[in-house]
Structure formats: structure tokens, C-alpha cells
Write a protein that binds this ligand. Structure first.
Ligand SMILES: [Zn+2]
Length: 430
């Protein structure tokens, strides 16, 4: 009986979600907010309570499964919220939808876990959150309002000063309050209807882009976009800040201060990188109607190489891990995934397109004649013995990427025009 009761709302939910307007787009805007000391204290307190709830809900799911083999759903946990509020009165001081959102986040973490198990990936069970790993709370529907152009009203917190540095487009849907070191931000998502017929791109040029390690991007025109290497530049500062933390006693005020300092350095790196991505993607989108990328599985590129063992002696052989580690860092530093998403969303606005093509052999094939010219990662120059084409390695790859799109070869899964991905409010934290 109870089972059918649980099943019906979820199917209803699915039905409600299905007929979504295909032109509906979601966009996130990030604004700095300036809470007073008292308000910041309240927000911190809310973050701690939400973290507690998250961990308790995770514990409940884990124990129920471990002891009785029962899977607990989001709805079952959400139904307990009123009882929790009775028992722990302080939770009445937090907007109920914020608490529901905490449980929904946990549910998402579990869904992702189950999906990974199904796909045979490394599962990674959802983790308990420590205080400094819980940074944000979300008002998923109501409980917040933007007033008079410089005030954000948050339910149970009050009027907070907000810097609305740009206009929002569409209907405001959700509001996330996020702590980044000592600063606070509001991430507001808006929904709007995108009308493709209203956008027109003035150019018909197409470009292939090879995202690389040596340079950030190489275009099929031969133009190189240099990598600013923010992380490398600030690497010393980051390493020093990490060392300071480790030197200091756990739980001490000084350690807490050192953590704040580290968060400041990371924020700076993040902001500089985002700025670079915005400017670069804007330039590309303005100049080209079609931008072609390879469909790189960044996770595969950044995975640690498997240890190689000598069959006869059992000794471990060099597996290129040291070289790969440096490469990994550069890839993460460059933040390709976010860059491609930015290009996609900007292109859509401007009437252009971003396309991904299968990545296989783009650096090994000759872009002049199509012959296979095998080369190591260390070989930076493409020199074709067949047709005599001589090019930079990445330039050759970028030309191949463009050709692949133009010839519309039978490609892998990534060859379909990429659906523009909405901007995410939350960036992956380094
Ligand atoms: Zn050739």
C-alpha cells in the first residue's frame, strides 16, 4: 500500500516535466551580496544546519540499506521534515524549501551514484560533508525577492544588499546563496524563451578548434590563443597556503584563518580563468558562425595511468605517470569543459552553432592528404612524408577537426550538433 503511495507522486513529477518548451532556456546570473555581520552569521548558521541535515539524511539512507536493505527515496525523507522541525525547533528558522533542497541534493548525489554503478564506472558513494565543504543553500522556488534594484529579501534572513551589475532576462526561478571564502554571492537562475528566428549571424565562417596544452586553443586558421596559465603562475602561492594549513593544529583559529587565505587564492585563480574564457569565447563567437570542437572525454585524459609491471621480474616500469601528472594539471587548469559550454551558450545567443566531432586520430592524420602520420605527444611538428605538408601539430589537428565537420563523415556519438548547454551557476571547484 505504502509502496504505491510512494510511486504515484514520482510518476506525476515525470509527466509534469516531459512537455517542456524546447525553446525554454535557463541562465544563471551571479551577483555579489553584502550581508551585514549579523546576516552573515545567520547565513553561516543556516549552512551549518543544512550540512547537518545533509549528513543525517545520508546516514539514514546508508543505515536503512545496510541493516534492512531498504532504499529510502527523496519523498520519504521530505515527509519527515515537519517532524524534524517539531523535534529540533531551530530548523523552523530556515525556509522549508531550502531544507527540501538539501534533501534533493542528496538525492541527486545518490542518483549519480546509481548511474555510475549501472554504467560500470567507479561508483564513489556519496560522502559526508564537512563544514568547509558545504558552501551554498538554495531557495528553489520562493522565499526570496529582489527589491528596489539593490536589495535581496531572503526569507528568515532579511534584506541583504545586492549588487545587480547586469540586467536579468526572463523569469526568475531559483536563488542560491553561496559563500566563497569571505565573500557571499547570490546565483539567480532565470528562464526565458529563446527565439532562434530572431538571431542572425553576420558571418558564414567555420572554424575548427583544437584545445591544447601548449597553447590554450589552436584554430584551423593557424591562429594560436595563448594559455594564460593562471594556476601555474599562482601555484607557488597555493602550495604555500596549503603548507601553512598543514602546519597548523586541526580545529585551531589559526588553521581556520589559513584556510580562508587559501580560499582567497583559489577564488582569484577561478575569477581570472573565467574572465579569460568569457573574453576568448566572445571573440570566437563574434567571428565565426560555426565553431567545431573535438568531443573530448576530459575525464579519460585526466585519469591516472595504470601501473605497468614487468611480466618476468614483477618490477614496476615507468608508465609515464609523471609526464601525465603535468599534463593533467594543465588540462584542469585550462578548464576546457566550461569553455566549450560558454561558447555554446554565447553562440546560441548570436545565431551561431557549436559542434562537437569525434576526437579519434585528429592529431595523427595528415590534414593535407589524410594519411596516417603516427607521432608521440612530444612531437610538436607535423611533417607528412606523403604530401609534404608541414604544420604545427595542433594546427594540423584543428584543420582535421574542421574537415571532419565539413565532410560530415560517419563519426562517433559526438558528431551530432551539440545542444547548447545552459550556463551553470556553480563552477567546479579546483
Ligand atoms: Zn599528407
Amino acid at each position: 500500500m505504502s509502496r504505491t503511495k510512494d510511486a504515484s507522486p514520482s510518476t506525476k513529477e515525470k509527466k509534469a516535466r516531459a512537455p517542456k518548451d524546447p525553446h525554454l532556456r535557463c541562465r544563471a546570473y551571479k551577483f555579489r551580496v553584502y550581508p551585514t555581520k549579523k546576516q552573515a552569521g545567520k547565513l553561516e548558521w543556516m549552512l551549518r544546519r543544512c550540512k547537518e541535515l545533509y549528513n543525517a539524511a545520508l546516514e539514514e539512507r546508508r543505515e536503512a540499506y545496510r541493516r534492512c536493505g531498504i532504499s529510502i527515496s527523496y519523498r520519504m525523507q521530505a515527509e519527515q521534515l515537519p517532524a524534524i522541525k517539531q523535534l529540533r525547533e531551530e530548523y523552523q528558522d530556515i525556509h522549508s524549501q531550502v531544507l527540501q533542497d538539501v534533501l534533493r541534493r542528496l538525492d541527486k548525489a545518490f542518483q549519480a551514484f546509481f548511474r555510475r554503478v549501472m554504467n560500470g564506472e567507479e561508483p564513489g558513494y556519496p560522502r559526508f560533508k564537512s563544514g568547509d565543504r558545504y558552501h551554498s543553500i538554495t531557495y528553489p522556488q520562493g522565499g526570496f525577492e529582489i527589491l528596489h534594484g539593490n536589495r535581496l529579501h531572503l526569507c528568515k534572513v532579511g534584506h541583504i544588499k545586492i549588487k545587480l551589475h547586469r540586467a536579468m532576462k526572463g523569469k526568475v526561478k531559483t536563488c542560491t546563496i553561496k559563500r566563497e571564502g569571505e565573500q557571499w554571492y547570490a546565483i539567480v537562475t532565470c528562464e526565458y524563451v529563446h527565439d532562434a528566428s530572431m538571431t542572425f549571424h553576420p558571418s558564414e565562417q567555420e572554424v575548427g578548434v583544437d584545445l591544447g596544452v601548449k597553447v590554450f586553443a589552436m584554430l584551423s586558421t593557424g591562429e594560436a590563443i595563448e594559455n594564460p596559465r593562471h594556476l601555474r603562475e599562482e601555484e607557488y602561492k597555493i602550495a604555500a597556503a596549503h603548507r601553512t594549513i598543514h602546519r597548523r593544529k586541526k580545529g585551531s583559529h589559526r588553521r581556520h584563518r589559513a584556510k580562508k587565505a587559501l580560499a582567497r587564492v583559489y577564488r582569484k585563480v577561478r575569477n581570472r580563468r573565467r574572465d579569460f574564457h568569457h573574453k576568448t569565447s566572445r571573440k570566437l563567437v563574434q567571428q565565426y558562425q560555426v565553431i567545431v570542437f573535438e568531443d573530448l572525454q576530459i575525464k579519460n585524459l585526466t585519469a591516472t595511468p595504470k601501473p605497468k609491471q614487468d611480466e618476468a621480474t614483477g618490477l614496476y616500469l615507468p608508465n609515464g605517470e609523471a609526464a601525465k601528472a603535468g599534463l593533467n594539471k594543465s588540462i584542469l587548469d585550462a578548464g576546457w569543459g566550461g569553455f566549450v559550454r560558454l561558447c555554446a551558450s554565447k553562440a546560441e545567443e548570436a545565431g551561431g552553432t557549436v559542434v562537437k566531432v569525434a576526437p579519434h586520430f585528429t592529431s595523427q592524420l595528415c590534414s593535407g592528404c589524410g594519411a596516417v602520420v603516427p607521432k608521440d605527444l612530444s612531437v610538436r611538428w607535423h611533417c607528412c612524408p606523403n604530401c609534404g605538408v608541414e604544420l604545427d601539430r595542433d594546427h594540423n589537428a584543428a584543420r582535421n577537426i574542421l574537415h571532419r565537420f565539413q565532410q560530415n563523415q560517419p563519426l562517433g556519438a559526438g558528431s551530432v550538433p551539440q545542444k547548447p548547454v545552459p550556463l551553470r551557476g556553480e563552477e567546479p571547484i579546483l
